[in-house]
Ligand binder design. Structure first.
Ligand SMILES: C[S@@+](CC[C@H](N)C(=O)[O-])C[C@H]1O[C@@H](n2cnc3c(N)ncnc32)[C@H](O)[C@@H]1O
Length: 413
């Protein structure tokens, strides 16, 4: 009996030693993998934190949401949404998909008559072409490949057959190489790369071979229309103005004055050209190169300067000597700052184009801005993307809230 007990004890000890050994080896292997990742990502100039985040995201299919009211990050686990890919489609299927996409937009195109000649023909997964978009820009078709593995070869064979009069350009937006990101012509009649398009009879310059975006965000067509209809006799501030699309719409709608703020000289130069193309008035204060947050903080003393503010930030931007602005985390601070320069009873047209922020989160951040600025904000309307930008989980599109601010704070922060 005693010998049996001793044997059992020995056996148990062996099992325990074995499992400790396994655990230690697994830990050593993990440490080695993490060290290799850490050293190689640092070596290639990529922040290791981002690598770890991506691993967690890939393994657990997670996303993080910032809740400005509780001031906390919330980790969400979600199912990956499926989108339709074109890589397995036959040429016949590609042809059908293009026809269907055009048919879906037929009513909208008919309503444009000759006043608008720029719209989206294919919007990624929503039209069965995951990671690919195609825009019609007057006599040009612009194919943008947003993911490296999105196969555009069949599409590039089919488009010239269906649209023989159009010049076809391709931009590889996924690439870090400037020669890929700049558009290049691949088919159709030779084109000078620069053109004017019409949107509701307003003229905008388009540059197809710039590394950056082409010069106008087509998905903001409806908010531009709203601004034009609601700017009469208003003082309008256009923040993150880019090429001045909203400023042009406001000036065309009869604004008393318009101020466009952007931190890029090139964008402001193009904005000025867009005003000129439409014969709209401007002076030395119409275009101002400045960081928006800096401008709003400096201007906060001048309460009531603007009746309408359009604020449409990029999802993220860098700030000198300060933490990056991340829209899905910091949006409420931006809106609160806007209230500091808004006239009593004024309106903010607030845009948020970030896949990471849900509609619900956008509203939460607007509530947080009201609290932060001691104001009452009433959302009186939404402006979503137009019908040529059907919703799809793989592409962000413009989304705007019309905010009436009924009380401007005595001491805006
Ligand atoms: C998404 S675009 C804005 C689109 C614009 N609202 C429109 O509809 O045409 C972003 C613009 O913000 C500008 N930008 C980015 N960070 C900025 C900052 N901190 N201050 C001012 N402008 C900034 C960029 O130069 C770019 O022109």
């Amino acid at each position: 009996m005693t010998s049996l007990l001793v044997l059992a004890q020995l056996d148990w000890n062996r099992v325990a030693v074995k499992s400790v050994a396994i655990n230690v080896s697994v830990a050593i292997i993990l440490i080695c993998i993490l060290s290799v990742l850490h050293i190689s990502s640092t070596h290639f100039g990529y922040p290791p934190k981002k690598v770890y985040k991506s691993i967690v995201r890939i393994c657990f299919n997670t996303t993080e949401k910032w809740n400005p009211l509780s001031n906390k990050w919330k980790l969400r686990v979600f199912r990956r949404k499926t989108v339709t890919d074109a890589s397995d489609s036959s040429p016949v299927e590609i042809k059908e998909k293009i026809k269907e996409a055009a048919l879906r937009r037929q009513m909208m195109i008919t309503s444009f008559t000759s006043h608008t000649n720029a719209w989206r023909l294919i919007h990624s997964g929503a039209d069965g072409f995951d990671g690919i978009t195609v825009d019609v820009l007057d006599d040009v078709l612009l194919v943008e490949q947003h993911r490296e593995h999105a196969d555009i070869s069949h599409l590039l064979q089919e488009l010239p057959l269906q649209f023989p009069d159009k010049s076809i350009f391709v931009k590889k937006r996924w690439s870090r190489l400037s020669e890929h990101r700049c558009g290049e012509q691949v088919a159709g009649p030779r084109h000078p790369h620069i053109l004017n398009i019409l949107e509701n009879d307003l003229r905008f310059g388009i540059r197809l071979t710039d590394e950056e975006h082409i010069g106008l965000f087509l998905d903001s067509r409806m908010p531009r229309e709203w601004v034009r209809a609601n700017s009469t006799d208003k003082r309008v501030l256009n923040l993150f103005s880019y090429t001045g699309g909203f400023g042009v719409a406001a000036a065309a709608g009869g604004a008393v004055n318009t101020v466009n703020i952007d931190n890029k000289n090139s964008a402001l130069r193009y904005a000025e050209q867009n005003y000129q193309k439409n014969g709209l008035p401007f002076d030395s204060r119409t275009f101002f190169k400045c960081d928006v947050l800096y401008y709003l903080k400096r201007a906060a003393g001048q309460k009531g300067r603007f009746d309408l503010i359009v604020v449409d930030p990029p999802p993220r931007f860098k700030r000198r000597h300060q933490r990056d602005f991340v829209a899905h985390r910091d949006y409420h601070k931006l809106i609160a700052l806007c209230i500091g320069v808004l006239a009593p009873g004024g309106t903010i047209l607030a845009g948020l184009n970030a896949l990471k922020a849900s509609d619900e989160q956008m509203d939460t951040m607007i509530e947080a801005a009201a609290m932060e600025s001691h104001s009452t904000i009433t959302t009186t309307g939404d402006i979503t993307a137009p019908p040529d930008f059907p919703s799809t989980p793989d592409r962000p599109v413009s989304r705007f809230r019309i905010l009436r601010v009924s009380h401007t704070p005595e001491n805006p922060r």
